[in-house]
Design a protein around this ligand. Structure first.
Ligand SMILES: Cc1cc2nc3c(=O)[nH]c(=O)nc-3n(C[C@H](O)[C@H](O)[C@H](O)COP(=O)(O)OP(=O)(O)OC[C@H]3O[C@@H](n4cnc5c(N)ncnc54)[C@H](O)[C@@H]3O)c2cc1C
Length: 482
């Protein structure tokens, strides 16, 4: 797709009048720092703008609409799929400055925030009031706008659902600059088409969220943990399913398979984790009287399902000790083999939970076949696995091998009835699977929605295979080799 060249002088004048000289930059060095996220892609925008109000964003988007300039909404840029990569250049809207709590309405269990507020900062604010907004593992950096953009979720999604489950209402600047509000302050609504649902997970391709009303979750009084070791993968899978069948919804259930256990023992030998096929970590949250019976019941279920050892903890120090293995796995995964480092690719599949053992076995076999260390961990309670693939980034032949491996992993996830992304989104990284995962008709529906809202294709173009051939995009976007 050809793009008109940008009249930078005219744009400079417009932005100076709209946001002030100090709130935008065309300096190539500055632009470089906005060229990438946690994905393997990078490309600089033409301008980075830091707006501070809905009105400014509306004016900027209107200008872009009239002049056919791409606009890319960006939060903290921790996304793993290249969602903020400026495929065709254009204006990157850095929304991190719009980071205020606008209204806390405890009586109605909701808070209204600007999109750039960081999840943990919001939770610091909410804690004294006894509430939280659950988030991803990157909650220390991820913004609420980015979380809604990707419909992110963390390990607690099995209990609370994904970010979309808390979004009540949103103010959105549409691709032609109009401002609209969708959703309701009521905690539920059955009115009209679900536009909140449409914008949630839209990865910046349908508009810019400028205000977000979120439902508050009460802070749990206390928590407990059960850790179960299995010498057969299938038994770990059975334990998870049997837990649900027993009517228990845990706060989270995480899996560390053999590859993760090996990586953690390499990284921190004093952990001395036993060399088993899988470790399950259950977290249970709630009031103090219900935690112990639930943990005991989970322990029983794990034993009945074939666990060779189960440990329980309801005291903070012991909980932290048991949880340490899970918290180390991300760091451990990048140090498994000298000279190999992690690439965020093929890292977010989800399959029906009964298929987890088959998927894990496949990943182990693929790791050996490609001779790339893969450390797999994930949120087994909702079937979401994170295979951390490591390659030698400076070795040219590792890149095509990586592409072939990702293809196999994602294809296997689809064959098992799963998805290529449980939480990280499509962006550029997974655009080539859109048709395969959704089918032609469903993808056509998505394209028609994009077309209806954004006929000039200015809003975060090049993503999700909505207008362009994803292979062409992938071929023209450089990958980072460091
Ligand atoms: C170490 C690490 C751990 C991670 N763990 C998790 C995890 O547990 N779960 C998970 O889901 N993800 C995880 N992620 C991925 C990422 O952190 C999340 O997707 C996060 O929510 C992105 O937030 P962000 O502010 O960085 O968004 P960005 O990366 O800046 O943007 C993400 C997408 O949202 C769009 N967007 C951003 N703001 C707006 C807005 N205001 N209006 C419209 N569109 C917008 C962007 O265009 C882009 O497409 C992890 C990433 C890293 C690096």
């Amino acid at each position: 797709m050809e793009r008109k060249s940008i009249d930078k002088e005219k744009l400079n004048e417009f932005l100076t009048a709209t946001v002030g000289k100090e709130n935008f930059s065309m300096d190539p060095v500055m632009l470089l720092t906005f060229a990438t996220d946690a994905s393997r892609f990078e490309k600089t925008p033409d301008v980075v703008v830091r707006p501070s109000s809905t009105e400014q964003i509306s004016k900027i988007v209107r200008y872009c609409y009239e002049n056919e300039i791409p606009v890319i909404p960006a939060g903290a840029r921790t996304g793993c799929s290249g969602g903020i990569i400026a495929v065709y250049g254009g204006i990157l809207l850095d929304l991190t400055g719009m980071n205020h709590v606008l209204e806390l309405d405890v009586d109605n269990l909701q808070v209204c925030v600007e999109p750039g507020i960081v999840n943990d900062k919001l939770n610091e604010f909410l804690k004294p009031h006894g509430f939280l907004v659950p988030g991803p593992a990157s909650s220390y950096a991820a913004t609420i706008g980015g979380m809604v953009g990707n419909d992110s979720s963390g390990k607690e999604a099995v209990n609370y659902g994904t970010t979309g489950a808390y979004v009540l209402k949103m103010e959105v600047v549409l691709p032609d600059g109009r401002i609209t509000t969708v959703g309701s302050n009521a905690l539920k609504t059955a009115s009209g088409l679900n536009l909140v649902g449409l914008f949630t997970g839209s990865e910046g391709v349908l508009g810019v969220f400028t205000k977000i009303w979120l439902r508050l979750i009460p802070l749990p009084e206390t928590e407990g943990i059960a850790m179960a070791l299995f010498d057969e993968l299938e038994n770990a899978g059975k334990a998870v399913i049997n837990t649900f069948k027993a009517g228990i919804i845990p706060g989270c259930v995480e899996i560390l398979d053999k590859s993760s256990i090996y990586a953690i023992n390499q990284y921190k030998p004093e952990m001395q984790l036993p060399d088993v096929e899988a470790m399950l970590l259950y977290e249970v949250e709630g009031s103090s009287f219900e935690i112990e019976p639930k943990i005991n019941r989970i322990a029983e279920i794990c034993k009945d399902s074939g666990a060779i050892e189960v440990k329980k903890a309801t005291e903070k120090a012991e909980i932290d000790r048991l949880w340490e293995a899970r918290s180390l796995v991300g760091a451990a995964s990048v140090r498994v083999r000298e000279g190999y480092s992690r690439v965020y690719a093929g890292e977010d599949l989800a399959v029906p939970i009964s298929k987890i053992p088959e998927m894990l076995t496949f990943l182990r076999e693929a790791s050996q076949r490609y001779d790339f260390p893969i450390v797999t961990f994930g949120h087994v309670g909702d079937g979401n696995l994170h295979p951390a693939i490591t390659i030698r980034k400076e070795v040219a032949e590792d890149w095509p091998k990586l592409e072939a491996l990702i293809e196999e992993i994602n294809q296997k996830a689809l064959e098992l009835g799963g998805t290529v992304t449980g939480e990280h989104g499509i962006g550029i990284a997974r655009a080539r699977y859109m048709k395969r995962e959704h089918g032609e008709v469903a993808l056509d529906i998505m394209k028609a929605i994009k077309w209806a809202l954004d006929p000039k294709n200015i809003m975060n173009p090049g993503k999700m295979a909505l207008n362009e051939d994803p292979e062409v995009i992938l071929n023209k976007i450089p990958v980072k080799t460091i």
